[in-house]
Ligand binder design. Sequence first.
Ligand code: SAM
Length: 293
Amino acid sequence: MTALVTQKHRSTPARNSLRSMGLLLPMTWNQRVTLYYRTYSHFLHILAGDTAMLNFGQEQLCDETVAKFPPYGRWLDVGCGIGGPACYFGSRRPDVGITGINITDHQLVQAASRAATLGLESRVMFQHGDACNMPFDGTAHFDALYAIESAFHYPDKGAFVREAFRVLKAGGSFACADLVSREGRPIAWRDRFVNKVFFGWFGAFKTLGPSEWASLLESAGFEEVEIVDVTDSIFRPGLAGALERIEQERDELLRHYTPFSIAVVRWCYRWLLTDLERRPIQYVVMRARKPGA
Ligand SMILES: C[S@@+](CC[C@H](N)C(=O)[O-])C[C@H]1O[C@@H](n2cnc3c(N)ncnc32)[C@H](O)[C@@H]1O
């Protein structure tokens, strides 16, 4: 793990361009996601700023995600990134203990270091773990579970939902904030193509629509399933903020990435933001409850 952390200091435009070429090589899906986060870690860190949240909605999205969680007990953060959301909740909710899991080891090191710096290490912990095959035996470990902007990566969303059901206690709360496929309107082929290339590049594995997510949750046994569209209220301003940060932090970004890579990301964000309601994706917060208690 130390090697992965020191690699952070060896980031140059040339190195990151080479790493990004690696994304074209054959590898498992989880290896691909990990390489993506190694290649673009500086980009995401720079956009996240002090919050360390690697998502488009930041605090507002975090609050919306856990809006129906109990303010106590053991919570699981699935796809915890570099610990921004877990530390945010941990520092505001003294009666909550949080375990974060992630497949990307260098992010786990950063997450643990953030928790320690904030003095949260006894309540906010991180460990290696895959959302589709969680590292907990048996059932009923957690009072609540959330995944923030992570599930679009999962190759088997059904396995994730079944695992979430298994590790939650009876009556436990589930929440997932995610990019999903837009349903209910025809999408131009050009938009579908750009979406496939752009989202495929950053490791999205076949996104599902809200109704497909609802069926998965119900089939796994969840009840009180609700799916709230936050595309306009949270995603749109988050994306606009990310575009502004790219402009503001351009010099810092240029220390790690080529002007071409920065231009491509900026173009893709702009493409999404212009005419967002016609793009193939929308942003939702899904909530559900495991029956019982
Ligand atoms: C966009 S980041 C969001 C991180 C964090 N939730 C946040 O909001 O700051 C997505 C995260 O999901 C993690 N991830 C991707 N696939 C995963 C899997 N199968 N199991 C666990 N974590 C995964 C990635 O490593 C990354 O940290």
